[in-house]
Design a protein around this ligand. Structure first.
Ligand code: HEM
Length: 335
């Protein structure tokens, strides 16, 4: 009998806890991102973001790459909370000063313009973190890449983390294992790593980000055999041993402003620009196979890219009553 009672109590407990769970998912979906989040509060939000991004990319095609990267550098530091957009002030030390961002992260003025347009249309409603997620998707589409529905409802942080930016965002000279570990710490896996690295199908890198590959500085005095030597010679003409740190190079020299799979094809030919690109093909059997798959099949890459972008956009968002909707993306609200 006692046994039977225990069973009944156990069952009731199970039923109760599942009720609690469904209540949680039902009550306005607090804690969850979903594409329709602004459908009533700001029905034109998505169109407004697209319009400003399209204008900026028409003026300067590289802007698509810069905006895509901002979302990545935001999400890897205390989650997708627009912390990267904060300027230094009071106790806040801006992430814009970190090693990965200094003299490199760009697109902040475009975000300002989007935010101003949204504040005019529906004040205090659309978060800067959601602007970054939408702008990343629009940038991908505008350069010929895949589209996806962006889950929305992120809120903005009231702080930034310079150390998080320095430590969490992979560096171009990190080993394959370090890069993978940094992705795993964010809940992303090796498939996400390879697909999202495909972002380097657009945009630029500075000489300082890959110089060591050109001058046998890898530590063993040997040429970097994972870099095609005639391509290396070409790169050396504008990336000297010293000086020229800020000189710009296309990450994908085949089609630098088109979102396609030529980045992966170049890796097969040992013509990846950054060491962190080429190691995807040379240092790990699983990632090597993925690189090959995406090089041979653009659709496969596009589908996985969209899926991995949604996953990245889901890293620790602030939702419900946490965080705030900033009035200006560069600073926290006064109240
Ligand atoms: C896997 C590790 C990654 C490393 C080590 C890395 C590193 C870099 C570096 C060094 C640059 C050039 C910066 C400069 O010289 O100014 C760059 C540019 C860029 N990265 Fe990454 N990246 C990684 C992953 C990603 C991911 C996951 C995305 C997007 C989801 C991304 C998007 C971009 C874009 C679009 C650019 C060009 C930006 C522009 O032209 O303004 N990267 N990355």
């Amino acid at each position: 009998m006692a046994h039977y009672m225990g069973f009944i109590i156990g069952l009731s407990f199970l039923a109760l806890s599942s009720l609690c769970f469904s209540a949680k998912t039902f009550d306005g979906r607090i804690g969850y991102l979903y594409p329709q989040f602004y459908d009533h509060s700001c029905p034109n939000a998505k169109e407004i973001v697209y319009f400003v991004v399209a204008k900026a990319v028409a003026i300067e095609p590289r802007m698509a790459a810069s905006l895509l990267r901002l979302h990545f550098h935001d999400c890897f530091v205390q989650g997708c909370d627009a912390s990267i957009l904060l300027d230094s002030s009071g106790t806040i030390v801006s992430e814009k000063r970190s090693n990965p961002n200094r003299n490199s992260a760009r697109g902040f003025e475009v975000v300002d313009e989007i935010k101003a347009a949204l504040e005019k249309e529906c004040p205090h409603t659309v978060s800067c973190a959601d602007i970054l997620a939408l702008a990343a998707r629009d940038s991908t589409v505008l350069t010929g890449g895949p589209s996806w529905e962006v889950p929305l409802g992120r809120r903005d942080s009231r702080g930034a983390s310079l150390s998080g930016s320095n430590n969490n965002i992979p560096a171009p000279n990190n080993t394959f294992q370090t890069i993978l570990t940094k992705f795993k710490l964010q809940g992303l896996n090796i498939v996400d790593l390879v697909a999202l690295s495909g972002s380097h199908t657009i945009g630029n890198a500075r000489c300082t980000s890959f110089r060591q590959r050109l001058y046998n500085q890898s530590g063993n005095g040997q040429p970097d055999y994972t870099l095609d030597q005639s391509y290396a010679a070409l790169l050396r003409t504008n990336c000297p041993r010293s000086g020229g740190d800020q000189n710009l190079f296309f990450l994908d020299f085949v089609s630098p402003i088109k979102f396609d799979n030529s980045y992966f094809k170049s890796l097969l030919a040992y013509k990846g620009l950054l060491n962190s690109d080429q190691v995807l093909f040379t240092k790990n059997a699983v990632s090597r196979e993925l690189v090959k798959k995406y090089a041979y099949n653009q659709e496969l890459f596009f589908n996985q890219f969209a899926e991995s972008m949604i996953k990245m956009g889901n890293i620790s968002p602030l939702t419900g009553y946490r965080g705030e909707i900033r009035e200006t993306c560069r600073k926290v609200n006064a109240y």
